[in-house]
Design a protein around this ligand. Sequence first.
Ligand code: UDP
Ligand code: MG
Length: 147
Amino acid sequence: MAIERTLALIKPDAMARKLEGKILDQILERGFRVVAMKKIKLDKYEAGCFYAVHRKTSFYDDLTTFMSSDEMIALVLEKENAITAWRDALGATDPAHAAEGTIRHTWGTAKNRNICHGSDCPDSAAYEIGFFFSGIEITRSNPEVSQ
Ligand code: UDP
Ligand code: MG
């Protein structure tokens, strides 16, 4: 298995509920290395660019309003098989269907106010990491990792 990087977001709902400490604990306890981390608030246009893949869905407008409603924490996480490992840690998109012990099952309240994001494949991870972080912020790297 290769060392990978993935983009995680602690979304506005989690921030409003002061869950960022608990989610950071989960990240560390589950063996991810935090390569980079920043607090950031997107505007609606930027949120739309981040979620451009969903632009034709019925939930796009609500999603981008939610994603631009408050600050988030963006993180680049590194681990063997990080993309799948972080998605597994999150659980299903709808917290009602997320497995016990997952982050979304434990703290999630509703599918349309998701508490965390995780990239879903290597191409998405590359786009999403580049969306939030510049090269110099993620340069302190493991040489095995390709961006
Ligand atoms: N979402 C929604 N309604 C839906 C499906 C998704 O509001 O029917 C939101 C949800 O907050 C999710 C985000 O859109 O986190 C992106 O959806 P995706 O299918 O990419 O889920 P994820 O990758 O976050 O599990
Ligand atoms: Mg997704």
